[in-house]
Design a protein around this ligand. Structure first.
Ligand code: SF4
Length: 218
């Protein structure tokens, strides 16, 4: 575990040099906007969600606007988003639950956020870390892949990976760590053909070290 903790610190330092201000790609002004966007971003690109939300938030400024909107109208306003019918329904139930359980205020704890329909631990952590600026390990598909490649985890379940990373990474660096890995996974450590030659943390990476070893054996 000590080795993994040192590895985590080295990875943070290495990635900080190339991702100076790591952020989520979704653009938002408050926790409500990020909650809505995170639900809409499932099987849709963040870029597309950002583009649609510019107009959407002029009309829907808070959970009451979404909860009270006729479903057909909400569907129409989201019609360029993948699976908009399902997502419109989900948004309405999420906002109704938000009003009923939390008086319309977005909670800042993962345990509360996951009580909302459509909100799993990934989204909850995204809101806690990204919108509230509190420590959060966000495990999306990029963080999952990079964590596995570097050798922080062998787990495949995102919730288990989150729990393992919580033990390895110092709590005050959870959000930074997640955003660095997320940015790295979207750029250099891509799913197909990672550009290991350009990677500042290749020395720490099990996937890379293993491939160098195998190459030297040939
Ligand atoms: S060395 Fe390659 S596989 Fe490892 S983190 Fe860097 S880009 Fe990803």
């Amino acid at each position: 575990m000590g080795d993994l903790k040192n590895k985590a610190l080295a990875v943070i330092e290495g990635l900080k040099n190339i991702y100076k201000d790591p952020k989520l790609e979704l653009e938002y002004n408050n926790p409500f906007e990020l909650l809505v966007e995170a639900i809409l971003a499932a099987q849709e690109s963040d870029k597309k969600v950002n583009a649609v939300m510019k107009e959407f938030f002029k009309k829907y400024k808070g959970p009451i606007d979404i909860a009270s909107a006729p479903l057909e109208e909400l569907e129409k306003d989201l019609s360029s988003i993948n699976f908009y019918r399902r997502k419109a329904k989900l948004l309405k139930s999420c906002c109704s639950a938000l009003i009923e359980l939390f008086g319309g205020k977005i909670p800042s704890k993962v345990e509360d956020l996951i009580k909302l329909p459509g909100v799993g631990r990934k989204t909850a952590n995204m809101i806690v870390g990204g919108a509230f600026g509190k420590p959060a390990i966000i495990v999306d598909r990029h963080v999952m892949r990079v964590s596995q490649r570097i050798g922080f985890t062998t787990q495949k379940d995102p919730d288990r990976i989150e729990m393992e990373l919580r033990e390895i990474v110092p709590e005050d660096k959870w959000t930074l760590f997640s955003l660095l890995l997320l940015n790295h996974g979207k750029t250099i450590c891509a799913a197909k053909d990672p550009r290991c030659g350009e990677c500042p943390v290749s020395k720490e990476c099990d996937y890379y070290n293993q491939s160098v070893l195998n190459h030297n054996k040939d």
